[in-house]
Each structure stands twice: as C-alpha cells, then as structure tokens.
Design a protein around this ligand. Structure first.
Ligand code: PMP
Length: 363
C-alpha cells in the first residue's frame, strides 16, 4: 500500500547499529549469567529503591529540568561550581550532545579504535567525520598518533579511560603530555565511565585526576555515569564536568526533561550510599584480579584490566570462544574477528568463565 516514505538525511542510513549485550536465555540445567554489558552484578540497595519509589509517586509531574538537587550534591562532592555540570540520560547522551553543540557537518572527531562502540554511532549521527586511531599492541590509546591525527577540522578528541572494551587506563603523565600537544580550540573528552574500578597508583603519579585536569585546561570535558559502579544502568543518568561555557552548551542541546525524576532521586540516593557502593566496587575489583591471575595461570595474558571487564584478544576465534562460554551458561560480548569482552560478574560466573578459558584451544 505504501509506496515511498520521505527519506532521512544521507548520513542516517550510514549510522552503525548499536549491538547491545545479549541477555542469557534461561536454562533448565544451570543458572545462566550475563557478562555482556559491563553491568554491575549487585542488586540495587534498599535505600536507592526507596528513593526511586518515592519519585514514582509523582510520575504525573515533569521532573526538575534543572536537576538542581543532583547538581548541588555533585558540586559539593566534586568541589566544582554548579555551572560546570551537565546531567544527561546516561553518559552516552553526553557524547551526542557534545557533538551536536560543537560539530558542523564534516568536522572531525578523533578517537581510538577499538573503543566504545557508541562513538562512531554518535559521530555519524552528527554528520561529523570519525578519525579512528588504532590502539597499540598492548591495547592502549596511541596518544602520539592521536595528537598527530589532529587537523584544522578537528573539533573533539574522545579519550576512553579505562578503554572499553580493552581495559587499559590512561595515566596522568600520558594525558598531560597529550594535552600539551593539543590546540586549545579542540575539546578533549575524558570518558571515565569506569573510573571507580581503576587501581593505578595515585602516589606514583599514575592515576589520572580528571577533575584536577579540567581545572587546569578549559578544553577538557569529563564524562561520568551512574550506570556502572553505582549500578543504575536501567535509569539512564550520567554527567559532564567542564568549563562553564562547555557545560552550558551541553545543557542547551539536551532533550527537555530527559533525566527522569526517578533517575535523579536514585542518583542522589546512590551518592549518599557511596561508601557502601564503593565497597561493592572493591569486591568487583578483587574478582577482576582473581580472574586475571587465574587466566595467567593457564597461560592467558590479557591487557591491563582497569574497568569491570576483561578483554580476550582472540581474533577469528572470538565467536568460537563466545559459543564455548554460552555452552557453560555465561553470555560474553564477542567482537567479530577481534576478541571477546567479558564483564566481571558474580564469583560463580567468573569461575565458570575461567574454566571455559582454561579448556579453550586458541590454536
Ligand atoms: N562510555 C563508555 C566508555 C561506556 O562503556 C559506556 C557504557 N557502555 C558509556 C560511556 C555509556 O554509559 P551510560 O550511557 O549508561 O552512562
């Protein structure tokens, strides 16, 4: 009946699909685990659930569009001005908003590859041009090559630390040296979605102080999220810390009322429960270290894992490994022809994954 619909802009057809982590199919014989979306395996805290429920009672009302209570809480904790904050529906929305605010069609956005799969999606959506700089052999950002890739058309550089899906985090020294080479007109994003899982030594000058770095550089933008360490992936809330003009631009292009009242309430309650939530993070990090050590014992070395996930460099065997994990009731995230990303999950899930890895033939 329908002959032809109006056509979207040309670049819309080129937007790569976001492939979400597959949920496990239930099985009769064993409990199945989802290690495919870098989620927090712990259930929400009762206090956070109660705060969310209270907000549900007012669902006939729009949320506070200015997220005032959340901004006040974040500003106090981070010791930054409220005007330097921008909340959004997950930090993934911040990527879209930054590009919408700063990129004309054809402008360039430099990022590492392999990195977070939403980057090329957001870049294509903005009709910008992605410039992908391959990771080093250790699966780290090649910051020299990224600095060299900057041209007159470059508006934004996206740095993912720790890098999803490979794991290594940038050090303060690396970021300082990089920023010294980047013109002040180029925005540099520090995407710290997995910040809380990083265990680099601050006393040896390794751990990145992103907030301190934004204070010294007007072109640095820090992205953070409540989805990972804080366990609120389902509610969609993240925030940026940036120079007041950049934060204002991010807020200006946001969807009105995007961050729901439930998300705002849960985020505030999570900040109040920070000590307990960070203890859980310690537990996840301990499991990560156990997994990495167990893998080393069976001769399997992974890149420096600083997030809540581990990267298996498998090349063409990625699909076979994912299938073997599946058979053991563990759903991982394969990247065809490259490798598998495995989220650190429940101890039982991690133990099963170790067994799969020990038995898997990589030849
Ligand atoms: N940045 C990175 C590097 C991520 O891995 C993710 C989630 N997979 C995000 C941002 C987005 O998280 P959210 O939108 O849930 O805040």
């Amino acid at each position: 009946r329908r002959v032809s619909a109006p056509q979207p802009r040309g670049n819309v057809q080129q937007i790569p699909a976001y492939v979400p982590g597959r949920p496990p199919s239930p099985r009769e014989d064993l409990v199945v685990y989802k290690l495919s979306s870098n989620e927090n395996p712990y259930p929400p805290l009762p206090g956070v659930v109660a705060a969310a429920h209270a907000a549900v009672e007012e669902m006939n009302r729009y949320p506070d569009m200015g997220s005032a209570a959340l901004y006040a809480e974040l500003a106090a904790r981070l010791d930054v001005p409220v005007g330097d904050l921008a909340a959004a529906t997950g930090s993934v929305a911040l990527i879209y908003q930054l590009l919408a605010a700063y990129c004309e069609p054809g402008d360039e956005v430099v990022h590492a590859w392999r990195s977070f799969e939403a980057y090329p999606i957001a870049i294509t959506t903005a009709a910008a041009r992605g410039v992908r700089v391959p990771l080093t052999a250790e699966a780290r950002h090649d910051l020299d090559a990224m600095a060299a890739a900057i041209t007159d058309r470059t508006r934004v550089v996206l740095l993912c630390t720790p890098n999803n899906p490979t794991g290594p985090a940038l050090t303060q020294g690396e970021v300082d040296a990089f920023l010294a080479k980047v013109p002040a007109r180029v925005l540099v994003v520090l995407d710290e979605a997995y910040l809380e899982f990083v265990r680099l030594d601050p006393s040896r000058g390794q751990a990145l102080d992103a907030i301190g770095t934004y204070r010294r550089h007007d072109n640095v933008v820090v992205f953070r999220t409540f989805s990972k360490a804080y366990g609120l992936a389902g509610f969609r809330v993240g925030y940026a810390v940036a120079h007041a003009e950049v934060a204002a631009a991010l807020r200006a292009v946001s969807l009105p009322f995007g961050v729901s009242a439930v998300a705002q309430a849960a985020a505030i309650a999570s900040l109040e429960a920070q000590p307990e939530l960070l203890e859980r993070v310690d537990g996840i990090v301990a499991e990560r270290e156990r997994l990495v050590a167990g893998l080393a014992e069976v001769g399997w070395h992974v890149p420096d894992a600083q997030g809540n996930f581990v990267w298996f460099d498998l090349g063409e065997k990625a699909a076979a490994f994912a299938a073997a994990a599946d058979a053991a009731g563990v759903v991982v995230r394969p990247f065809a022809g490259e490798g598998c990303r495995v989220t650190v999950g429940e101890p039982e899930a991690n133990a099963r994954l170790l067994e799969v890895a020990a038995a898997f033939s990589r030849d």
